[in-house]
Design a protein around this ligand. Structure first.
Ligand SMILES: [Zn+2]
Ligand SMILES: [Zn+2]
Length: 151
């Protein structure tokens, strides 16, 4: 089950909320699929994707769907996560995906800051006060009253 972190700036009126975790139905479509046989040398195409692919940005979504469709995926680690830009010191919500497939292939999403392109690092929701407001730049963020759980 996912949660929702609400962040407010005490200096300006900026506010943002971030989803964290995974919803209960994120894998639904995939679970309903009949198990298709896997041929090591052939490509078996599935016609459905798990619901979580909707949260992946388009370029990466195509790649993830391709792996799900044409490869033997044995581990899917997905979650909404909180990231921070080490340069701007700002918070960013991203949907993380890590797929392990075939013999030892791994596809993992990495993210960059939309403003300065610096690779994002994972942030802790307990350290929100240490990041800067995207609007006014002040280090005056507090945790607001968000919805504790969704879905
Ligand atoms: Zn602010
Ligand atoms: Zn940045």
């Amino acid at each position: 089950m996912g949660s929702d972190v609400c962040v407010e700036c005490t200096n300006c009126d900026a506010g943002e909320s971030y989803l964290l975790g995974v919803g209960m139905n994120y894998f639904d479509t995939y679970e309903l699929l009949p198990r298709l046989p896997y041929y090591p040398n052939g490509r078996v195409r599935q016609s459905y994707s798990p619901r979580y692919v909707a949260y992946i940005q388009y370029g990466a979504r195509k790649k993830v769907m391709d792996i799900l469709d044409y490869h033997h995926v044995h581990s899917q680690d997905v979650a909404h996560r909180l990231y921070a830009c080490p340069k701007c010191n700002t918070l960013h919500g991203r949907f993380y995906v890590r797929l392990e497939y075939d013999d030892c292939a791994v596809y993992e999403l990495n993210f960059r800051c939309g403003k300065c392109r610096t690779p994002l690092v994972e942030a802790s929701e307990d350290a929100i006060e240490s990041y800067a407001c995207k609007k006014c730049g002040k280090q005056s963020l507090v945790r607001g009253a968000g919805m504790p759980l969704w879905d």
